[in-house]
Design a binder for this molecule. Structure first.
Ligand SMILES: Cc1cc2nc3c(=O)[nH]c(=O)nc-3n(C[C@H](O)[C@H](O)[C@H](O)COP(=O)(O)OP(=O)(O)OC[C@H]3O[C@@H](n4cnc5c(N)ncnc54)[C@H](O)[C@@H]3O)c2cc1C
Ligand SMILES: NC(=O)c1ccc[n+]([C@@H]2O[C@H](COP(=O)([O-])OP(=O)(O)OC[C@H]3O[C@@H](n4cnc5c(N)ncnc54)[C@H](O)[C@@H]3O)[C@@H](O)[C@H]2O)c1
Ligand code: SF4
Ligand code: FES
Length: 812
């Protein structure tokens, strides 16, 4: 007769424990699982991705119903255990099932902590813990516009990003003075906040909520300082409480959670606990990595009790990563400054990178990384091993990103024992071994076999790199394909092909015909589809402005305080007294907060109210500078031959001509250009998407430069003699970029991905193709008109966009 094993809690820690048991001894136990939620085991971590629209609920199931059947596990879902008789070793469920056990595992997880505020019982006050909560938020976003998230920790910020993706306006209310204070120090938290503000979140720091306002429905919040905030829904993300009600009723020893020893044993015989409901040496963990380590120890212990001779669970080093796109942040161990600890810091304000490594007694004991987290596996490994760094050059702990290391995957230089997947504790060596021994050739296979990338998914790029490095050219082609987002399995290239092949003409049609998993799409796929449709059919396609980001929808840049900036076009950076007078008058009339000369040689009017935008555009009577769009931004010029003694060419004339020709053109990402009249390069042509430099009797054309986060010098594409040839080459290059690059891929990344030689062969060498591209560019340019003028003259548009308070916000 098999021994009977009962698991209470069908969640992440409990089921992982069963997987570990089945791996060691599949026939040892007769297993029964009771789960309170009406679902098979799913990846709770990826609820953030579901909310953010990157994946669907059905995609996050970790073990489907067949898995339980195939492993002879009896599963009761939607049926919580309500009573336990530890003397006779029997559990009783709410649905009336009684079941005896030889071994019983508690894995009941946590409940979200709900602040006991007046008004917190209203229907639209919710938590973010399970599928039900996630669905509730998605439903609410269809009815309401304003979300207040209480708590600026990991969960609150991931919820806030999701709600933004659902087109809600989001206010985050945080008790402490800086975000994620349990994981970040002040500089990193400040940089994080700046990034999130630029994504569209609004923050209320150091605020304590006193009451949730409204009669039946939520209408807002009132803070202790008397300030009131409008809101239609409230999401509480202020921490968790281990779920120990049943354990307490069963008289197990509890503290904050169920007290366990190094073998996960509780105070009752044959009763164990793992996961968030368990407390080991005073710590109840809230991240999966330690919970999985506990599961492994318990599985070993249950499968072979003699192993008790081994040391058992010793506690875990925890680390966190925030799952918000566009944000790279990592925190581990002891990261705060305190006596006896010293720190190495790198703070690059230009590129938005901050790194801090905390050292005590010559050992790395903590780290905070923002903007570039590529050092995290190495630092984590040093922390785990307690490596002595006294012989080391301390600065070498944080190598700079220059040189080959910047382009090479960090995996290449990683030692075999370094951790690739923190959630599941899988090293590079273990993955390489599995690839060789099991003949694995895709990330999916590695996931199934080693568990790497099976939880938060943050390590997937590294796993992919290990695969590529190990197999070289043999890597299975299928795995190289990157879907646009979680709404679909189609890649960018495939969507463009399908649009062309099937003659698709609008966003919803693309999503319907291609079987989008999420009917509404998300903020990743909708703008991309909108761009591709316009690129394929420039004359016929009517732009779907609801699929655009807020800046592109209102033709102005939203600022961190909710106001907007207005940047009128100044061709080639040239202006005159009339324009300057008009700008000055507008600045006075509308009380513009700040006038600022931009890096692109124009004037930015900052601090403008949204409702004033159309009148300002009308008063200025200048074209939009498109400072907000995925389009041609500026053509910067130097003074050139007219005034400069080194100038041999008319850089201003050429720059103005270029800007007038290509302004308003939709491109996969923003495009910046520059024309300098000699190699001294005063217009910085070397770091532009297209940079032109005058040399004796000719123009050199550089492409793929970037002066932003990924600093890159442009590559010399060609040297041409006349300005006509410059314009033709720009047309061919830009049109090929428009047609071939993925949406949101800068020219710098595109040039690196497809290679300069290839681009040159298409836009320079193949005369037929060059001519065809130039002609298609002329077609693409022909229907474009100034959006500001268009809105000023179109009352319906003006009303819809600027007088309707419910204009949706999708930020990138
Ligand atoms: C949105 C979100 C994002 C997250 N992101 C990350 C991340 O990026 N990285 C990370 O490491 N962690 C993350 N976490 C935390 C992680 O999901 C948890 O640490 C992990 O799920 C805890 O596992 P568990 O098995 O202890 O609890 P759970 O996964 O909560 O499972 C417990 C289960 O037990 C059930 N249960 C409770 N009482 C009973 C009963 N009496 N009878 C039967 N069943 C019962 C519950 O309904 C639940 O299904 C995230 C959490 C959330 C909510
Ligand atoms: N990426 C990840 O690793 C990830 C993502 C989501 C959730 N989680 C886990 O889920 C659990 C829950 O996350 P969490 O962020 O709710 O917990 P948390 O305890 O990490 O953060 C809660 C935050 O809420 C703030 N807070 C507390 N009371 C408040 C109040 N009255 N008003 C405003 N702010 C208040 C706190 O200052 C704190 O920063 C944690 O265990 C977390 O580790 C992890
Ligand atoms: S790039 Fe050459 S021509 Fe132009 S301003 Fe500078 S020095 Fe003069
Ligand atoms: S680091 Fe989370 S799944 Fe690998």
């Amino acid at each position: 007769m098999k021994e009977k094993l009962i698991l209470i809690g069908n969640g992440m820690a409990g089921i992982r424990t069963l997987e570990e048991i089945l791996k060691r001894n599949p026939d040892r136990f007769e297993i029964t699982v009771f789960g309170k939620e009406p679902h098979p085991n799913y990846n709770r971590i990826l609820l953030s991705s579901v909310l953010q629209g990157d994946t669907g609920v059905s995609d996050i199931v970790l073990n489907d119903y067949d898995w339980y059947k195939n492993n002879n596990i009896t599963l009761y879902v939607g049926d919580p255990v309500v009573e336990i008789d530890t003397k006779n070793q029997v559990v009783y469920s709410e649905g009336g099932i009684s079941s005896s056990y030889d071994h019983l595992i508690f894995a009941t997880g946590s409940n979200p902590f709900m602040l006991p505020l007046p008004g917190a019982d209203k229907k639209d006050v919710m938590a973010f813990r399970d599928i039900k909560d996630c669905e509730k938020m998605i439903e609410a976003s269809k009815k309401y516009k304003k979300a207040a998230v209480i708590g600026g920790g990991l969960l609150g910020l991931e919820a806030a990003r999701g709600l933004l993706n659902l087109d809600m306006e989001v206010d985050v209310i945080h008790l402490a003075d800086h975000l994620m204070e349990r994981q970040l120090d002040e500089p990193a938290a400040r940089m994080l906040k700046e990034e999130l503000v630029s994504q569209g979140m609004r923050f209320h720091m150091g605020k304590q909520t006193e009451r949730i306002l409204g009669k039946e429905n939520v209408e807002g919040l009132r803070f202790k300082d008397g300030q009131v905030l409008d809101a239609d829904i409230v999401v509480m993300a202020v921490g968790i409480k281990p779920n120990i009600d049943l354990a307490q009723k069963t008289k197990l020893e509890t503290n904050r959670a169920i007290v366990i020893n190094d073998y996960m044993e509780t105070s009752a015989k044959n009763v164990y606990a793992v996961g968030e409901c368990a407390e080991h040496r005073g710590i109840a963990y809230g991240l999966v990595a330690p919970l999985y380590e506990q599961g492994k120890v318990l599985a070993e212990h249950l499968c072979d009790k003699e192993r008790k001779l081994k040391p058992g669970y010793q506690g875990s080093l925890v680390y966190t990563q925030l799952k918000v796109s566009g944000v790279d942040v990592f925190s581990a161990g002891q990261f705060q400054d305190q006596e006896g600890y010293r720190a190495i810091r790198v703070h690059d304000e230009f590129d938005g990178i901050y790194k801090k490594v905390v050292v005590k007694d010559n050992k790395v004991v903590g780290a905070v990384l923002f903007g570039d987290t590529s050092d995290s596996p190495r630092l984590l490994d040093m922390m785990k091993k307690g490596e002595d760094i006294s012989e080391m050059n301390k600065v070498a702990l944080l190598p700079s990103e220059n040189g080959d290391a910047a382009t090479e995957s960090p995996v290449a230089s990683m030692a075999a024992e370094e951790t690739i997947c923190g959630c599941n504790g899988v090293s590079k060596g273990a993955i390489v071994q599995a690839i060789h021994e099991q003949g694995l050739s895709t990330v999916e296979e590695i996931k199934q076999y080693t568990n790497a990338a099976r939880s938060c998914g943050g390590c997937k790029p590294l796993v992919n790199d290990v695969l590529a490095l190990t197999l070289g050219d043999e890597v299975a082609g299928a795995d190289q394909k990157e879907p646009i987002c979680g709404c679909t399995d189609y890649s960018h290239e495939e969507v463009v092909e399908e649009i062309k092949e099937k003659g698709l003409t609008h966003t919803r049609e693309v999503m319907n015909v291609l079987g989008w998993k999420n009917d509404e799409g998300c903020s990743k796929c909708r703008p991309a589809i909108n761009y591709y449709l316009g690129m394929v059919k420039p004359l016929e396609y009517e732009d779907d402005h609801t699929s655009r980001f807020i800046n592109e929808r209102v033709h102005a840049n939203i600022q961190n305080d909710g106001t907007y900036s207005v940047v009128p076009r100044m061709y080639g950076g040239v202006t005159d007294s009339d324009q300057l007078r008009k700008i000055a008058d507008v600045a006075d009339k509308y009380k513009v907060g700040l006038l600022k000369v931009t890096g692109g040689q124009r004037i930015d009017l900052l601090g403008v109210k949204k409702e004033d935008l159309p009148s300002i555009w009308s008063d200025l009577d200048m074209p939009s500078g498109y400072a907000y769009g995925k389009t041609i931004r500026t053509v910067k010029t130097c003074v050139g031959e007219d005034f400069c003694r080194f100038g041999t060419q008319d850089s201003i004339g050429l720059g103005v001509q270029i800007e007038k020709k290509y302004e308003r053109l939709n491109t996969p990402h923003k495009v910046k250009m520059a024309v300098s009249a000699c190699p001294r390069n005063c217009a910085e042509s070397g770091i532009k998407d297209i940079g032109i430099v005058g040399v004796e009797g000719a123009w050199e054309m550089y492409v793929g430069g970037n002066g932003g986060v990924d600093l890159r010098g442009g590559d010399l594409l060609c040297k041409v003699k006349t300005s006509e040839e410059v314009l033709d080459t720009i047309s061919a290059f830009l049109q090929y970029y428009r047609e071939d690059a993925r949406y949101l891929e800068r020219t710098s990344h595109w040039v690196e991905r497809v290679g300069l030689d290839h681009i040159r062969s298409v836009v320079m060498d193949d005369q037929e193709e060059r001519q065809a591209l130039i002609e298609r560019m002329e077609v693409a340019l022909s229907p474009l008109k100034d959006p500001w003028k268009d809105i000023v003259e179109d009352e319906a548009k003006r009303k819809e966009l600027f007088e309707n308070k419910n204009v949706q916000v999708t930020q990138q």
